[in-house]
Design a protein around this ligand. Sequence first.
Ligand code: ATP
Ligand code: MG
Length: 891
Amino acid sequence: MQTAEITRRFLAHFAASGHTVVPSTPLPAVNDPNLLFVNAGMVQFVPYFLGQVTPPYARATSVQKCLRTPDIDEVGRTSRHGTFFQMTGNFSFGDYFKAQAIPMAWDLLTNPVAAGGFGLDPDRLWVTVYLEDDEAADIWHRVVGVPAQRIVRRGMADNFWSMGIPGPCGPSSEIYVDRGPDYGREGGPAVDEDRYLELWNLVFMQYERGPGEGKEGYPILGDLPARNIDTGMGLERVAAYLQGVDNLYEIDEVRPILTRAAELTGKRYGAHSGHVATSSHPDDVRLRVIADHVRTALMLVSDGVTPSNEGRGYVLRRILRRAIRAVRLSGFEDPALPELLPVARDAMAGSYPEVAQRFERIADVTYAEEETFRSTLKQGATILDTALSDTRREGGVQLAAREAFLLHDTYGFPIDLTLEIAAEQGLTVDEPGFRALMAEQRRRTRADAQARKTGHADRAVFRGVLDQHGPTDWLAYTTLETDSTVLALVREGQPTAHAGVGDLITVVLDRTPFYAESGGQEADAGVLTASDVQAEVVDVQRLFGRLVVHQVRVLDGDLHVGQAVHAAVDAEWRLGARQAHSGTHVLHAALRQVLGPTALQSGSYNRPGYLRLDFGWRGALAPETRGEVEDVANLAVRADLPVTAQVMPLARAKEIGALALFGEAYGEDVRVVEIGGEWSRELCGGTHVEGSAQIGPLAVVGESSVGAGVRRIEAHVGVEAFRYLARERDLVHRLAGLFHARPDEVGDRVEQTVAQLRQAEKEVATLRANLLATRAGAATPTDVDGTAYLGMRAPEGTSTAEARTLAQRLRDQLAPERPGVVAVTASSQGRGSLVVAVNAAARAGGVAADDLVRRVLAGKGGGGPDLAQGGGVQGDRVADLLTAVERQLAS
Ligand code: ATP
Ligand code: MG
């Protein structure tokens, strides 16, 4: 059964019992700061489970795109872990519970194929339940009819679910299929997880947990008021079983990539091993890794992620690089992604048409990353070669751990390539040392993550405030000032009743006019005041979507909970922010008008007077193109287009073509901001001007690259744009003064001056060459123990290359039958060098140029017996070198 058909049946089965089919969210998890990617079907429903938002339906079903970075090391080695995978699930929000959820899952798995099910043999299915969950065990046994010996009870670590923080929790129950004795030992899921393949996990949320660490170290506080169901079935795992293949990398949506990779690398998949994934040959593991990672990268880029050195972008970069590396290690050296990604696209487009629609961009981003990585590898290989030859020259047989680590850490050069290249040259690598350095680095990273977790404690405090007082009455769209009441004060994560002068404290108000940082727009600045109290608002953030928190510095007086304060946004600041945010939309529209619709914004930032916008594009904009974009933007400003905002259902917004940011999650209702009607139409929660003329001039100040396939354009707006242009004008006037020219002549003048300077430099070089030739002609050798010796100091400014030419010319002037040695010193900008040339007669007598140089320069220098040089001498010491050479000859 094809994967798409399994999906269809799953959704149909649950739709038939009243579940609303909810689409997958994009892979980037946007509402949880502790999660980079969605890793389970339930993630998008968390606010419903936590009771923060009333669910619009009591039952839902979905096929969720998931990514689990911790599973990356399992890929290819087990038969059942993908980095990207799809989780199908059904969810109940306070509606049905165990008694329905269990038979619903069982029926779908075991109903005959002809009746819409998956047709699994009930005798091959095993289930696990939580140790104390008699209720679930009973349903499995009595209602469903699973024999007691195939119902396994397991402890909290395996069969009890929570989100790791206080909130809902509950027992879980998993369904496994026995793949038979070929796949491992008998004895159920506790014995062999590759033979007994976990297909489906059912979570029964019924208790509330308290604070505590780990999977078991927390108290259960009591029953939840409303009990929920959250289940997740691994689509790829079911597909692998139903398609009769051994692992997820061989199912219809993945196998074509693997096959293409095998063709490219000339490896025959499965030539060495049978189906037990855990004992696979490295060649087969690599092919599976390639297939998994290429597909994962496709899905990630399609959802708006671009490679970078942090966060989500870093995960993508690692995945792409692992794939490319695996291809290389398998023996294919040319760019591989252009061969593999189109195959992945064709395999996935059936279920995800967007990967075909967005493919141009996906290809741009990924192919550019491969190019970058290939040059990294090239650069790394050169550095590694030097390190290896140094090691050998010093008589070593092992590359030092720190060299391997440096290559890995600084240059992104993978350790397995280091090992391979070293081995080719007959050297080993201090691998244990390398691992130790890696472990040390991981420890540091973990400490960072730990530090970030303390943010969790804060969040729990603010959760409490939200639970107690409800959402903030947020008035940023309608007013700049409100009379408000202080609901809570939080200092360093702890609630407090008072704050005094100098304190930096977080304040929650019942109502606020302050704009919280979001959608790229900087938070508002302003003040909180009361009689005798003055406090400056330095930052404003929004938590849980509905609670506005102000970071405040108390300048005067005391703040306390319950106090009445006047909250006032700095009107100038807000005007600047509105100009900048509307300016961002105008610039975005102008970019798309000039470059075409693929120039899509991927991120932005704006604050009063300044904005920057990142957009998908390859290569720098030509100056004319940049000028044209700026022109279109300023024409739109001059046209004073009306700016309007209205809230509408997401479906309607899509229908009228409002631009949504890649990778952002939007609610049911969205705010659409229009400038000049459809000229610019974007989903946006920011504050804007009323007409585009209020933006003031828009001056583009820079355009640069911020990663593969992503450009950044920066601009000033309003009075800042005036100031920027005025500064430029002043600069031109200054230059005009210096060049005694009119401002419009400055460009030509600079060009002329540069040309004159070049010409003058050339003339100086010719003069110096003539001078050298004259001196050379006049030079006469002295006799040092029967050798004709000519020592000469070249004029200041002579380069080492010129000195070499001079030394050779002087040597040619010496009588060939007599031993002859020439030494030339040169100095330029305080650095001196020595060149020695030796003729054939002297060489026959045992004199060597490189030898002489090294003896004079204490071992430094390079070259051969006829001509050699050394540098790094202080300029004022070069005179001594000539006598030193003479002394060497005499001895
Ligand atoms: P395992 O122990 O096999 O790693 P899990 O306990 O991590 O699985 P859950 O978190 O319960 O899995 O996820 C629900 C279902 O999603 C699993 O029953 C499985 O079918 C599927 N699943 C989990 N991780 C992956 C993965 N990396 N690749 C493919 N499917 C997965
Ligand atoms: Mg797992």
